[in-house]
Design a protein around this ligand. Structure first.
Ligand SMILES: Nc1ncnc2c1ncn2[C@@H]1O[C@H](COP(=O)(O)OP(=O)(O)OP(=O)(O)O)[C@@H](O)[C@H]1O
Ligand SMILES: [Mg+2]
Length: 455
């Protein structure tokens, strides 16, 4: 059960919130101040925090700061009695997921909490990147493709041009968006993120444009949307392909005119917002299938940046491994120095469907299992181990020559298995398989002869 931590110095508030959340099937923990909240966070898993702002000693803002540093995966929702744009921006800048305004309706609370849980689920396993590293770009890699991405960031960051970041899952699209914002003249204004896949269709409009008091049941106050919050800053529309069709028209208008009305509002609000969108879908195909409006596609795809999959830039693997060893040593309090050649070889041969996120998770898993400062094949998870099965005989460590022989046969076996797997996946399409393996077609054909794999 997802447990929500409620932090408020008013007993009544805690009771009301707890009752509402329990009715929705959540577990509840309650604290009457910030330090109590931190104690509870230490003692067990919490899915989300809802905190009041005004409290004695550690107040809501400070608690938010501490939670987002220590528990970056736990979404924080702020309760505020004022609902001013200024407090909201400050809280969102400090990493709050959202805020609710007193007195709130059950509906509003329900929506915000379910968004928090969804965001947490999407974020799970991702690691927190300290702000210093984002300043440096936070993007590790020295391959030509990564250099191309850097150049693109440099060129487009100083402008207000709309950017579309394309790439498979886990390739670093969000990092690229952050780097653009931080290198732009808007860097001291907010970078507001909206994951279009985490918002229910019915809430999309009020999420983007805000709403006026009384616009619908539950709208007891006027609330600014993400566009308003991002004024003079950047709005990051993540998973932009997931925007429902009828919202696409409305989005198009804001992109064209930089103006909109809040839900239930008559006043036209003008904003100055830079848009960065990201997708792991082929948007052009979505257009062809009739799922994504063509006019919106051209509005968004002004300056495309393609972040290539890891398997196409294996030169980045070594620097990334070193970076993660360092980062995870600090995060987990470990002293891992590296991995042996066999493990490295296995990593080099993997096709990384989950890209850098997959690498990061694998590193964390192996580092936690490692009994010595160097990661060995013993720590490699079973799905990678499959590649090793064919050669189970271990060489005697004293005998260097036999070790070399062992390594050669061993590597050849791994290579053969990889090729068989790729050929199978491609329905024996040699060109495709060669591309997957990162070798030439000719090279693959030679290896197929060597391993007797020709049909
Ligand atoms: N070049 C890189 N150097 C260091 N860390 C990286 C790099 N690329 C990605 N990461 C890390 O990998 C994880 C995934 O990156 P990110 O969330 O930016 O990917 P994404 O492309 O937005 O993925 P998704 O499509 O699934 O949202 C993050 O923890 C990020 O910090
Ligand atoms: Mg992302």
């Amino acid at each position: 059960m997802n447990k929500i931590l409620i932090v408020d110095d008013e007993l009544n508030m805690r009771l009301v919130l707890a009752a509402m959340l329990k009715k929705e099937g959540y577990g509840v923990a309650a604290a009457s101040n910030g330090s109590e909240a931190l104690q509870i966070l230490k003692s067990g898993p919490i899915a989300a925090v809802i905190t009041d702002l005004k409290m004695p000693q550690i107040d809501g803002m400070e608690l938010l700061g501490r939670v987002s540093r220590k528990y970056p995966d736990i979404p924080v929702i702020i309760i505020t009695a004022h609902g001013t744009v200024a407090t909201a921006v400050e809280a969102l800048k400090k990493g709050a997921l959202d805020y609710i305004t007193k007195p709130f309706e059950l509906e509003e609370l329900k929506n915000v909490v379910s968004k928090a849980i969804k965001t947490r689920d999407l974020k799970e396993n991702e690691l927190f990147l300290p702000p210093e590293e984002i300043e440096r770009g936070g993007i590790i890699g020295s391959s030509q493709s990564t250099m191309d991405v850097f150049h693109a960031i440099k060129r487009v960051a100083p402008t207000a041009t709309t950017v579309l970041i394309n790439g498979e899952t886990g390739t670093g699209k969000e990092l690229v968006a952050e780097a653009i914002h931080r290198n732009s003249p808007r860097k001291n204004n907010p970078l507001i993120k909206l994951n279009c896949a985490a918002i229910a269709e019915t809430l999309m409009e009020s999420e983007l444009f805000g709403y006026e008091k009384g616009a619908f049941t539950g709208a007891v106050i006027t609330k600014p949307g993400r566009f308003e919050l991002a004024h003079k800053g950047t709005l990051f529309l993540d998973e932009v392909s997931e925007i429902p069709r009828d919202m696409q028209v409305k989005l198009l208008r804001v992109l064209q005119e930089q103006e909109f009305e809040r839900v239930g509002g008559l006043k036209t609000i003008k904003v100055d917002v830079r848009i960065i969108a990201a997708t792991n879908q082929n948007l052009l195909q979505s257009v062809q299938r009739g799922e994504f409006r063509e006019d919106l596609y051209y509005r968004i795809n002004v300056f495309p940046i393609n972040v290539p999959p890891l398997r196409e830039r294996m030169n980045d693997l070594l620097p990334l491994v070193e970076f993660f060893i360092d980062k995870l040593n600090r995060k987990l309090g470990l002293a891992v120095r590296g991995m042996d050649d066999t493990v490295m070889e296995l990593l080099l041969r993997h096709s990384w469907p989950g890209n850098i996120r997959e690498l990061e998770n694998l590193m964390e898993r192996m580092m936690l299992l490692a009994k010595r400062p160097v990661i060995t094949t013993g720590e490699v998870p079973p799905e990678f181990q499959a590649n090793l099965q064919e050669n189970a005989v271990a060489p005697s460590p004293e005998d260097k020559a036999s070790f070399k022989d062992f390594m050669r046969t061993h590597m050849e076996n791994v290579e053969k298995q990889m090729i068989i797997k790729c050929l199978e996946e491609s329905g024996d399409n040699v060109t495709w398989a060669a591309k997957q393996l990162g070798i030439s077609r000719k090279g693959l054909q030679l290896k197929m002869i060597k391993y007797n794999l020709r049909k």
